[in-house]
Design a protein around this ligand. Structure first.
Ligand code: CMC
Length: 430
């Protein structure tokens, strides 16, 4: 492998260093490109740009591979829990039993939210989307939990990590209860992270919630599959906002805002709404497929396609299995699953989807799993956000410790008008 690349502009040749990756694409280092040549690169969506070096997640879009800190997600989904996977992502190694215990205790200690935060919920207009509420609440954590200068940096960071992971889950469940006018259920120290969430969501003083181990396992796996996905849109937002040296909560709040979009995490809600709309319209797939293929129509087949995977999303394969397992175990018959199957089979044979390499992504089957758990549709993306927390936290930590850290400040190719003079208002449109 060459250690430099040559770039020829006019009669000049420039040598650009190459940064080798362990696996996947290596990079041409263009940090001096503008200074030396006066040119910038043009890469809308940054699909050809390595914005950082990272050792957290590895993706191979051609073969459908995803690993966290080197470990295939298939192994983690089968054997790990969300909290153990979060520890792995944040600390780089799987925890020892002692480390896992200490981490769990820390999470439990930080699981309650300041009572003052409850009043926030009163002032959002009815019908506010939970993702908007969550993003605001998470940003406000910095005001409720300011940094304490006497604490060592490590202690302060551990607290921030625990608060983010634990309080976001509590806030999410609280927002659901308050939005329905139900009594808020507090976390219980004897329950695991996932069991606690389900209990906070569904327990009631008049109807105790029965925690089913299979639901807890499914939720753990759901969150593991969402835990990190290298430099996706929301993680890039976390890194970008964090690059201005904002605090972790503000950076995560930016990540939540980005995740809410229907092309990103919001797709899990968009998929279910699409499947429900197909059902309401008598199950006829044709108009939906035709609209998805029409370039003039902004509609897309939600839950299909991915910026990196040009094959079946490895997370979707596992999600599909969980979906079947949970529906079977609890004897749930969901007509949306039949529609999803039919849609997948039809798209698989359609030249448009074949030619564009469009396969189901993680969001295609995840909503059916969440429906089976009883999660309301407008909370689906919040479930994704809880799962993505370890990724956002680990990427933020990696970025603040990176010796190559820079304030994000992309350039542009200006295509506006040349210099012109100001025209006084009375002389305009004459
Ligand atoms: N339905 C119809 N056409 C599609 C779809 C789709 N779901 N996805 C991509 N295409 C077409 C697109 O119209 C374009 O066609 P052409 O080249 O003829 O103009 C081509 O495929 C390339 O699409 P792109 O948007 O330029 O490129 P992309 O690969 O970066 O798109 C995507 C990635 C996720 C934005 C897109 O596939 C999409 O909009 N999917 C639906 C939304 C969705 O399910 N999002 C969840 C992604 S997985 C969760 C996450 O990690 O965020």
């Amino acid at each position: 492998m060459a250690d430099t690349a040559k770039l020829i502009i006019g009669d000049k040749t420039y040598e650009l260093p190459i940064i080798e990756s362990v696996e996947g694409s290596s990079a041409v280092d263009i940090r001096k490109l503008r200074i030396e040549t006066g040119y910038v690169t043009y890469d809308p969506g940054s699909g050809n740009t390595g914005s950082c070096k990272s050792s957290i997640a590895f993706m191979d879009g051609k073969d459908g591979v995803l690993r966290y800190r080197g470990i295939p997600i298939e192994q983690l989904a089968k054997k790990s829990t969300f909290i153990e996977t979060a520890y792995l992502l944040i600390n780089g190694e799987l925890p020892t039993p002692e480390e896992l215990k200490t981490f769990s205790v820390l999470l439990n200690d930080h699981s309650l939210v300041h009572e003052g935060m409850r009043h926030f919920f009163d002032n959002f207009p009815p019908g506010s989307h939970p993702m908007h509420i969550l993003s605001s609440m998470v940003n406000s954590l910095r005001s409720f939990y300011p940094e304490i200068p006497e604490r060592s940096e490590e202690e302060e960071i551990n607290k921030k990590v625990a608060r983010s992971l634990s309080k976001v889950r509590t806030l999410a469940a609280m927002s659901y209860k308050i939005s329905r006018g139900f009594k808020v259920i507090y976390p219980k120290p004897e329950l695991t992270y996932a069991a606690n969430f389900l209990n906070m969501m569904f327990d009631s003083p008049v109807k105790p919630y029965v925690i089913e181990p299979e639901m807890v396992k499914a939720l753990n796996t759901f969150w593991i599959l969402h835990a990190d996905h290298e430099q996706n849109c929301s993680t890039a937002a976390v890194r970008l906002v964090g690059s201005a040296r904002t605090n972790l909560y503000t950076a995560i709040s930016a990540g939540i805002s980005a995740l809410g979009g229907p092309l990103h995490g919001g797709a899990n809600q968009a998929v279910i709404e699409m499947l429900m709309s197909i059902e309401e319209n008598g199950g006829n797939l044709k108009p939906y497929l035709e609209r998805a293929k029409d370039r003039k129509d902004p509609f897309r087949l939600y839950g299909f396609g991915h910026s990196v995977y040009k094959t079946y999303d490895p997370r979707a394969k596992i999600m599909k299995k969980i979906c079947h397992g949970i529906l079977e175990k609890f004897n749930i018959s969901d007509p949306l699953l039949d529609i999803a199957h039919e849609l997948e089979e039809t798209a698989k044979k359609d030249p448009y989807f074949i030619d564009h390499n469009l396969y189901p992504n993680i969001d295609f089957y995840s909503g059916i799993v969440l429906r089976a758990m009883g999660i309301p549709i407008n909370m689906f993306t919040v479930m994704f956000a809880i799962g993505r927390l370890p990724g956002w936290i680990s990427q933020w930590l990696e970025s603040i410790e990176d010796p190559d850290w820079k304030l994000h400040r992309p350039r542009q190719v200006y295509i506006g008008s040349g210099k012109r003079d100001y025209i006084p208002i009375r002389k305009r449109n004459i």
